[in-house]
Design a protein around this ligand. Structure first.
Ligand code: AMP
Ligand code: MG
Length: 410
């Protein structure tokens, strides 16, 4: 097969918009145990069916009292009751204090809790207060976390540990979640060898280990996908067609790495075109130029570049938002923050560049020396990427746009 004409350059924003326009949220949801919902996306608003906390409770181990009962310093009050967490005491008798523990319900009539470090117990059993006391102190008010009837988590929220705790605190044992995207994954490349199949000292000349398969699978799993990993597909048109045909069955997305350039050994484009349709894009970013989007039947097909850092970065910038949108997440684009560059970047590229950088102890950014698209060490060393506009040089002290890996790989 002859090499094909080069596709026109497309901006990253245009590519993302086009890709997201294809990402109709998957139909159907599943009700899953809250324990199993980490990383998944809510399909319905969660509305609080109670106040949280449900009752006024003590923020300290100490003594609950009425602030107005303390007329001066060092006053002592008799202790009329003891309330541990999980217990409910009777209304507080006037002029007395209740021994109380963190999380216990504040008895009716009490309006302050004095921490035990500010009190001493006298020989006659009364408690003496050494500090000045204000009404309301050390009391966690009912509803200060959530109000009854308020929307606490909205449909389209991706759940992490904090969201799971919040859902549990309002009594949700099961959650309505977007269906897992079913993703078939394969790597192309006759040079690829699986770690474990051949020892490093026996690796034949011209071969390399398949690294993309590992990070792509990990990222897919983190994004809640059900991954069908089809391994390595040889660099032949027939093998690629056969793999695609199989992969497209029962999948929402077929994700491939490698073989999307315009060389004679790049078979993804003709293979997808034989079975459906595909556009080859040259995205004006570095690393990561070649990218393909197409369809086989109803199944989306995305072809990522083979160079490992290109593959990782294009996944993070394009495929991650696509998969989140399939699950109903609305805000899917990674967010950048302003940071100070503690490095120089004197030779700007005409493409928008994503530089591997690390946050230093001075609150600035250092740059990894080798920004090559095959250098995975850079991605491990880095904390995120500087999103550098086309043609922009960077000098020490300049403000740059930093996207943390939490926004890209999480
Ligand atoms: P390609 O996009 O197929 O032309 O590959 C571009 C570069 O990425 C070549 O140097 C390939 O050897 C390398 N490459 C492709 N796929 C992988 C992979 N799965 N793991 C590691 N390197 C790869
Ligand atoms: Mg290849």
């Amino acid at each position: 097969m002859n090499s094909q004409p080069r596709p026109p350059l497309k901006s990253l924003d245009a590519a993302l918009a086009e890709l997201l326009a294809h990402a109709q949220p998957l139909e159907g949801h599943e009700l899953l145990n809250t324990f199993d919902a980490d990383g998944r996306v809510l399909t319905q608003d969660l509305v609080a069916a109670l106040q949280v906390p449900p009752f006024d409770n003590s923020a300290m181990d100490g003594y609950a009292l009425r602030a107005a009962d303390l007329s001066g310093p060092e006053q002592a009050l008799p202790v009329s009751q003891r309330i541990a967490a999980g217990n409910l005491g009777p209304p507080l008798a006037a002029g007395t204090a209740a021994r109380i523990f963190t999380g216990a319900a504040v008895p009716e009539g009490a309006d302050a809790v004095v921490m035990q470090e500010e009190c001493s117990v006298l020989d006659d059993g009364r408690v003496q207060v050494h500090a000045s006391v204000k009404a309301g102190q050390n009391i966690r008010k009912s509803g200060e976390d959530m109000q009854l009837g308020s929307t606490v988590l909205t449909a389209g929220t991706r759940l992490g540990p904090a969201e799971l705790g919040l859902a549990a605190s309002m009594g949700c044992a099961r959650l309505p979640l977007a269906r897992r995207p079913r993703v078939a994954l394969f790597s192309t490349g006759d040079e690829l060898v699986m770690p474990g199949d051949v020892a490093p000292q026996d690796l034949p000349a011209g071969s390399i280990y398949n690294s993309n398969r590992f990070f792509l699978r990990a990222m897919l799993q983190r994004l809640g996908c059900e991954v069908r990993d089809m391994g390595i597909v040889p660099d032949s048109y027939e093998a690629t067609v056969a793999a695609l045909q199989d992969a497209a069955q029962h999948s929402d997305l077929v994700l491939t790495s490698g073989g999307v350039s315009v060389g004679e050994e790049d078979h993804v484009k003709p293979a997808v075109q034989a079975l459906g349709s595909l556009d080859l894009w040259a995205i004006a970013i570095k690393p990561g130029k070649p990218f393909a989007y197409g369809r086989v039947g109803q199944t989306h097909v995305i072809g990522l570049p083979g160079n490992p850092v290109s593959s990782l970065v294009t996944f993070a910038l394009l495929v991650r938002p696509f998969l989140l949108r399939l699950q109903g997440v609305r805000a899917v684009a990674p967010q950048a923050v302003d940071m100070r560059a503690d490095f120089d970047w004197p030779r700007a590229d005409k493409r928008r560049e994503f530089l591997r950088v690390r946050i230093n102890a001075q609150g600035g950014l250092d740059r990894f020396a080798n920004q090559g698209s095959g250098v995975l060490t850079s991605a491990v060393w880095a904390d995120g990427l500087v999103d550098n506009p086309p043609g922009q040089t960077i000098a020490h002290g300049d403000t740059v746009r930093f996207v943390p890996f939490a926004q890209l790989l999480g």
